[in-house]
Write a protein that binds this ligand. Structure first.
Ligand code: GLU
Length: 303
């Protein structure tokens, strides 16, 4: 398969489309990003890699970080995690509140904000230096020690994260938040504010495509946990557009409001796209277009 040619063609074709998406503005710092960025990076489990466009420009990974926190908490706690968060798609926006009230403080899944805040609470309880240890986990997964938090994004989220404060308080009222709202959200805002590029994200997700074994050849995630995390990505990774993503692209993956999307074909490859303008469901408009073309042209999907 001539991945280089395929990525170059897709990058050119998609760049020619009118970009109807909008950059997220509810976190003011994200609104500053230039809408015209567009990068694609693919690495396969044989160690080859290919790229097109802005694959080495860093951006805010936002909700993509929820996969890393889930992986770390699942590795630490095993199935006990599922006593506090479910694994069902929500069919609702990422910051939706009323479902949480109806379902008595048990979030639908770990990839919506309420679920990720519960996962963050687990990590704050179990890690010695929660933010530093989590950042190190991500650096090790990506095999790149230069990855860091973007402090401006953290500050911006803290100032405007009213719905996340509401979610955390609601969780607390149902006794599903064991640490203080401040401590848990400080951790959560930091995890979302990690800055990475397409290449670093693809490298970090290698373990999920490779049965839990990362690029350095150790296994931070058990094979059966990688399987379960991939299943959650497929059913819950794209806000209330998870069905559409499975239908159009056919891969497990996760998007973030910074405009990144990581998707993978187990035992084959990881592909990451970044284009900051989002469609009305909060997923990158160019990213969705590119990934649909990619799996169609390469005739590769989990189906
Ligand atoms: N930090 C963002 C928030 O909590 C994450 C949203 C996202 O990427 O889905 O609102």
């Amino acid at each position: 398969m001539n991945y280089k040619q395929i990525l170059t063609n897709i990058h050119r074709e998609v760049s020619a489309l009118k970009n109807t998406g909008e950059v997220a503005s509810y976190i003011p710092e994200l609104a500053k990003v230039d809408k015209d960025h567009f990068g694609i990076y693919l690495n396969n489990i044989h160690g080859d890699n290919f790229e097109a466009g802005d694959a080495d420009v860093t951006f805010s990974i936002q909700s993509i970080s929820k996969v890393f926190s889930l992986a770390m908490a699942f590795a630490n706690q095993g199935n006990k995690l599922w006593e506090r968060v479910d694994v069902e798609p929500s069919g609702n926006p990422f910051n939706y509140l009323s479902l949480l009230e109806r379902e008595k403080g048990i979030p639908r899944n770990p990839l919506i904000n309420s679920g990720a805040i519960v996962v963050a609470d687990c990590l704050v309880s179990t890690l010695k230096n929660p933010k530093e240890d989590f950042l190190q986990f991500v650096r090790d997964l990506a095999n790149d020690q230069s990855i860091n938090f973007d402090k401006n994004v953290v500050a911006s989220e803290k100032k405007t994260g009213f719905r996340n404060y509401a979610i955390a308080n609601l969780l607390k009222s149902f006794d599903n938040l064991h640490n203080s709202v401040e401590d848990v959200l400080d951790f959560y805002f930091h995890q979302c504010a990690i800055a990475m590029n397409c290449k670093q994200l693809s490298n970090a997700f290698f373990a999920f495509a490779n049965r839990g074994k990362c690029m350095q050849n150790n296994t931070p995630i058990k094979p059966n946990q990688a399987k379960r995390i991939n299943a959650i990505m497929l059913t819950c990774g794209f806000y209330d557009e998870a069905g559409e993503f499975a239908f159009e692209v056919g891969l497990p993956g996760k998007s973030g409001v910074g405009g990144g999307i990581v998707a993978l074909l187990p035992n084959e490859y990881v592909i990451t796209t970044w284009s900051p303008a989002l469609n009305e469901k909060g997923n990158s408009y160019y990213g969705m277009q590119a990934l649909e073309r990619f799996t169609t042209e390469t005739n590769s999907s989990i189906f």
